[in-house]
Design a protein around this ligand. Structure first.
Ligand code: PRX
Length: 654
């Protein structure tokens, strides 16, 4: 675990330089971030870097005004940087588009114009975007933020039910979507799901008035009169070179909402601010990727998640980078798709998830062997802990032993990476499987259950002890939950001590390096995506045959973990294979394919405590074939015996 890899001269002395810079950054974080924010374009500078008067509702750059468009787009037009490619877009069907900064700027202006003039979108409105990985997705985000509207992007793999919940919570009157897209050679009919979601949302009291539909496929879909409008027809109403002045937004205004799963059935609307988010991601991007103008950068995430918001849309544009944007599945039509794109476009920086690496590693080295990956300079990972053997494969086989692996720990809530190597600043020696050390300005630590400092090597809980500009501003419409979820566990509110709790296990080794050890709450990480167990249970319970359900994570060699559901049925309903499949299908329809349970196990009683709490810990141990530990609080030991038998009976199928 303490193995440190040697680095070439470019990075020698990295640790000492990092320590010096880091120590200075945290001596006075306000002064530090003040300097970092001045590298950006503001309409008006702030009066106060950080307002701490109402914790944990910290406010960054108070009194400042800006618009993120000024930094992501307007900054690059009217000079040679306008001709630089912003996106090389590759469809799964191999169709291609190349979009320069100038073209992106013009289309964003035109779309902003029609959104304002014809759809009536204005400052502060919330608009839901439900689009696949096509250029109109970043275009929509930028057009909305140009007007000062708030976007809520919903991952295109989510079901209509999940979309409806998010439309209702955000109270969106406008939805931007597409007729469909390609996935593994099949057509996904996105618009059908939107139609269903709108009906659903209407029943819950939110009426969507306008749906803007991008034509990605043949456009052969049902359009609702007076409600649905084609994107290209709408855009044709805009003058060619129209200019829409970016709305003068307060730094503390909301840039976007992005829903993520928590420990209740209701997803949380994470709110990010304009000035703080922009400042944070701009700096972290530079520290992570050491960007230079000739780089071809590829973050292979979906923009529907925070990684895509930050690392495909806003931060690379703020650095005038050229990015790859790929629509499809990573192994379609063959497992070498990703490597072929890297070769064809001479990608220099590649950022992905451990799940994808495990999948591609499993296909075997023959898919990489004859491909020229010599353009690569830096490799990154995000979303889950990376196993050391996968790290080494990535480092040696993909990076040819030349490219640092930038393992970035962060969350939807944090805006951008928090703990990770920083080759753009000063690269510290790497250790396979460790996210290394906190980025400048980030005060992180590991504590015990009781809040005391954990010893080196001792597993505890990760905490962040100072606010940072990329932090969430709160939860949409639910300030109490914001305090409770993130700021209650280790804060001492009476003494004015506020500590951010990310709900991750971690340890620090003798060198102070952080090792992330997975979620410490009831949230699963399936293929790097966050799914709440209660959300899954709610979906299962809504099946008419089901009485109760308990969902836990089961380790999976590729996806990290997969949901397994233990289910009791209503009186008179018999368990069957067909019913198990039906329940799986139900979850798929309720949340989306990523949430599909691996197994459904039927029992007559769930293991519960005498106070009625489901003992998930026992289910997890049994599934893993481990001792189940203390069962003295169990309500009925027979429940455990029955479950054990059920699991053993199907063990061969896992
Ligand atoms: O458990 C941590 C894990 O992903 C969680 C955040 O998930 P989400 O908000 O969906 O954001 C994912 C992309 C930023 C964290 O609480 N996680 C993220 N990155 C890492 C990680 N675990 C270990 N190592 C990482 N590099």
């Amino acid at each position: 675990m303490s193995e440190a890899l040697p680095f070439d001269e470019k990075y020698s002395d990295g640790l000492q330089r990092y320590i010096d810079y880091y120590n200075k950054s945290v001596e006075d974080i306000e002064e530090f971030w003040d300097g970092r924010a001045r590298e950006l374009i503001w309409i008006r500078y702030w009066d106060q870097v950080l307002d701490r008067s109402n914790p944990p509702f910290y406010r960054w750059f108070v009194g400042g005004y800006t618009n993120i468009n000024l930094n992501a787009l307007d900054r690059w037009v009217g000079k040679s940087s306008e001709n630089k490619v912003a996106y090389y877009w590759i469809g799964e069907d191999d169709s291609k588009r190349t979009i320069s900064y100038g073209e992106l700027y013009r289309e964003v202006n035109r779309f902003a114009y029609v959104l304002k003039e014809y759809i009536g979108v204005s400052r502060g409105d919330t608009v839901t975007i439900y689009l696949p990985m096509i250029p109109e997705l970043p275009i929509s985000m930028l057009a909305l933020t140009r007007l000062g509207a708030i976007h809520s992007v919903v991952f295109s793999g989510f079901s209509s039910g999940a979309l409806a919940d998010r439309i209702v919570d955000a109270k969106s009157k406008v939805v931007i979507t597409a007729d469909g897209f390609y996935r593994r050679g099949n057509i996904v009919n996105l618009k059908d799901r939107v139609d269903e979601a709108i009906l659903d949302a209407g029943e819950k009291g939110v009426d969507v008035e306008k749906v803007i539909v991008v034509k990605r496929l043949d456009g052969n879909i049902k359009m609702h009169l007076n409600r649905d409008i084609w994107y290209h027809e709408l855009l044709s109403e805009a003058p060619n070179k129209v200019y829409v002045k970016p709305a003068e937004m307060k730094a503390i205004d909301t840039l976007f909402i992005l829903y993520t799963s928590g420990t209740t059935g209701k997803p949380k609307g994470i709110m990010h601010s304009i000035g703080g988010y922009m400042t944070y991601i701009y700096n972290v991007f530079r520290w992570n990727w050491d960007p230079s103008p000739e780089d071809i950068y590829w973050c292979a995430a979906d923009i529907g998640w925070i990684t895509g918001h930050t690392y495909i849309v806003y931060a690379p544009l703020m650095h005038n980078m050229t990015s790859i944007m790929y629509e499809g599945a990573p192994d379609h039509p063959k497992p070498d798709r990703i490597w072929r794109i890297i070769e064809e476009y001479s990608v220099s920086t590649f950022y992905t998830s451990p799940t994808l690496l495990r999948l591609l590693m499993k296909y075997g080295d023959k898919w990489v062997e004859n491909i020229d990956l010599s353009s690569l300079k830096i490799l990154g990972t995000v979303g889950e802990p990376i196993n050391p053997e996968v790290w080494r494969w990535y480092f040696n086989k993909i990076g040819g032993g030349r490219c640092p692996i930038v393992d970035t720990w962060w969350q939807t809530e944090t805006g951008a990476a928090m703990i990770s190597p920083a080759p753009g600043l000063s690269l510290v020696p790497l250790k396979p499987g460790s996210a290394t050390l906190p980025l400048p300005g980030i005060v992180a630590d590991v504590v015990r259950e009781d809040g005391g400092k954990a010893e080196p090597g001792e597993k505890g809980y990760l905490v962040i002890k100072e606010p940072w500009p990329g932090m969430l501003m709160g939860l949409w419409g639910d300030p109490a939950r914001y305090i409770e979820v993130y700021w209650s566990r280790y804060s001492d509110q009476d003494r004015g001590v506020w500590i951010y709790y990310p709900a991750d296990y971690a340890l620090r080794d003798g060198d102070g390096y952080f090792w992330m050890l997975g979620r410490a709450d009831e949230v699963l990480k399936v293929a790097g995506h966050r799914i709440g167990t209660i959300e899954l249970e709610d979906a299962i319970i809504s099946h008419p045959a089901v009485s109760e359900a308990a969902v836990v994570g089961f380790p999976d060699p590729v996806k990290g973990e997969l949901p397994v559901a233990v289910v009791t049925l209503k009186m008179g309903v018999e368990p069957s294979e067909e019913l198990a499949d039906e329940i799986k299908d139900y979850v798929r329809k309720f949340i989306g394919p990523i949430a599909t349970p691996k197994k459904v196990i039927f029992v007559s009683k769930l293991p519960k405590t005498r106070s009625g709490k489901i003992m998930r810990r026992i289910i997890i141990s049994m599934l893993q074939g481990k001792p189940i530990g203390d069962v003295s609080t169990l309500e009925d030991p027979k429940a455990v015996e029955e479950l054990e038998e059920a699991i053993e009976g199907m063990r061969h199928t896992f």
